[in-house]
Design a protein around this ligand. Structure first.
Ligand code: PLP
Length: 363
C-alpha cells in the first residue's frame, strides 16, 4: 500500500510498520485474547508492555539512572502548569522565550510563581536564539525553562546551555515535545524534560516526563496528586490509570527506533532530510525561510512563498500529489513541513521535487 506523505506538525505521521503491527495485534495481543486497550493497567500483560517501553526509552535516549521516566497525561500545555506546581517551591523562575511555545509556558507559570524573562527573541520575530552569555538569570531561580524546539517558529537549540558555566545553580527544564528522539539529549545539562507524544513518539494522550530524582518531592501543597511527580514516580506511572493504548503505541515506536539503529542513526537521517529542504529553499528566489541558519529546526521547517497570493495553489497542488498538511500555523501563515523521524527521505525528496516544479510553472 502506498500512502501519501504527511507533513503534519502533530498529531503526526507514524512509522507504517508500527501501524501495521498495531493492526495485527488489535484484537488479540500476544495470545491474551484482548486488545491492549481492553487490559487492566495493573495486569501482568500491560505491566510488561509498560516496563519494556520505559526500558527501551531509557536505552534510546541514554537516560541516566538518577532520572525517573514518567508516563503522564495532559500534554505539553498541562506541563506548563505541572512543572511550576512541582518545581517552583513558590519561588521565582526564569524563562527564555524563543517562540510561541515558550511564550505560553512563561505566561502559564505566572499563575503559580514569580516569573522572569531571562531572554527573548520577540524583537526579530522569533527567528534566532539569544546568546546564553547575555541571559539575565537570577541567582535564586528555582529553575530555568526553555523550549528546545519551537514547533511553530522552527527554532531549535542545537546545543543546550550549560547553566552552571553561566553561574547559575538552577536546574534546566526543557520542553522537547517536537524533537524528542530525533537527536541525543545532553542529560548533564538537564533537570527535567517534558513532551507530548504526538509529534515524534506516538499518538496523542501520552505525555513523557524525564526528571532528575533530586527534583522530586518539592511540589506545592495545591499540586493535584495525579500531577505530583513524586507520587507518579512512586507508583511507576500508575497512581491513576495511565494512557495505556498510547503507551503501547509509543512502545512499538521505540522498538521501531531501535531497529532503525537508535537515536544517533535517526539524527543523521534527520540532518540529511533537513539539509535537503533548507538547501533547496536557500537556493531558490521563490521560497524563503527566515530563521537564522544556526538555529533552524530539523523537525519543523516553516517557509513562505515570496508571492503569498500563490499559497492556495501551492497547497492544492501539494495535496493532489499526496503531500499533506503543509499549511503553516495560523499565527505565522505560509507553509510548514514537519520532518519527524517517521518521515522518510523519499517524502522530503518528493516535496522538494514538487516545490521545484511549482516554482517553474509560476515563472
Ligand atoms: C505541541 C506542543 C505543545 C502542546 O502540546 P499539547 O499536547 O497540545 O498540550 C507544547 N510544546 C511544544 C513544543 C509543542 O510542539
Amino acid at each position: 500500500m502506498t500512502r501519501p506523505f504527511n507533513f503534519s506538525a502533530g498529531p503526526a505521521v507514524m512509522p507504517v510498520e508500527v501501524l501495521e503491527q498495531a493492526a495485527r495485534e488489535m484484537l488479540d495481543w500476544n495470545g491474551t485474547g484482548m486488545s491492549v486497550m481492553e487490559m487492566s493497567h495493573r495486569g501482568k500483560a500491560f505491566v510488561s508492555i509498560c516496563e519494556q517501553a520505559e526500558a527501551d526509552l531509557r536505552e534510546l535516549l541514554a537516560v541516566p539512572a538518577n532520572f525517573k521516566i514518567l508516563f503522564m497525561q495532559g500534554g505539553g500545555l498541562a506541563e506548563n502548569a505541572i512543572v511550576p506546581l512541582n518545581l517552583s517551591g513558590g519561588g521565582a523562575v526564569d524563562f527564555v522565550v524563543t517562540g510561541s511555545w515558550s511564550q505560553k509556558s512563561f505566561k502559564e507559570a505566572g499563575k503559580y510563581c514569580a516569573t522572569g524573562l531571562a531572554a527573548s527573541n520577540e524583537a526579530d520575530g522569533h527567528t534566532s536564539i539569544p546568546p546564553a552569555s547575555g541571559w539575565r538569570l537570577r541567582p535564586d531561580a528555582a529553575y530555568v525553562h526553555l523550549c528546545s524546539n519551537e514547533t511553530i517558529h522552527g527554532v531549535e537549540f542545537h546545543e543546550l546551555p550549560d547553566l552552571a558555566a553561566l553561574g547559575s545553580q538552577a536546574p534546566l527544564v526543557i520542553d522537547f515535545s517536537s524533537h524528542v528522539a530525533s537527536r541525543p539529549v545532553d542529560w548533564s545539562r538537564v533537570g527535567l524534560a517534558f513532551g507530548g507524544a504526538q509529534k515524534n513518539l506516538g499518538p496523542a494522550g501520552l505525555t513523557l516526563v524525564v526528571v532528575r530524582e533530586d527534583l522530586l518531592g518539592r511540589a506545592l501543597d495545591i499540586c493535584p496528586s495525579a500531577f505530583n511527580y513524586r507520587t507518579v514516580a512512586d507508583n511507576a506511572s500508575m497512581f491513576n490509570t495511565p494512557p495505556t493504548y498510547a503507551i503501547y503505541m509509543a512502545s512499538l515506536t521505540f522498538q521501531w527506533l531501535k531497529r532503525q539503529g537508535g537515536v544517533g542513526a535517526m539524527e543523521q537521517r534527520n540532518i540529511a532530510k533537513a539539509a535537503l529542504l533548507y538547501d533547496f529553499i536557500d537556493g531558490s528566489s521563490f521560497y524563503v525561510n527566515k530563521v537564522q541558519p544556526s538555529c533552524r529546526s530539523r523537525m519543523n521547517v516553516p517557509f513562505f512563498l515570496r508571492d503569498e497570493s500563490r499559497n492556495e495553489a501551492f497547497l492544492a497542488g501539494a495535496q493532489a500529489r499526496g503531500l499533506l498538511q503543509l499549511k503553516g500555523h495560523k499565527s505565522v501563515g505560509g507553509m510548514r513541513a514537519s520532518l519527524y523521524n517517521a518521515m522518510p527521505m523519499e517524502g522530503v525528496q518528493a516535496l522538494v521535487a514538487y516545490m521545484r516544479e511549482f516554482e517553474k510553472e509560476q515563472a
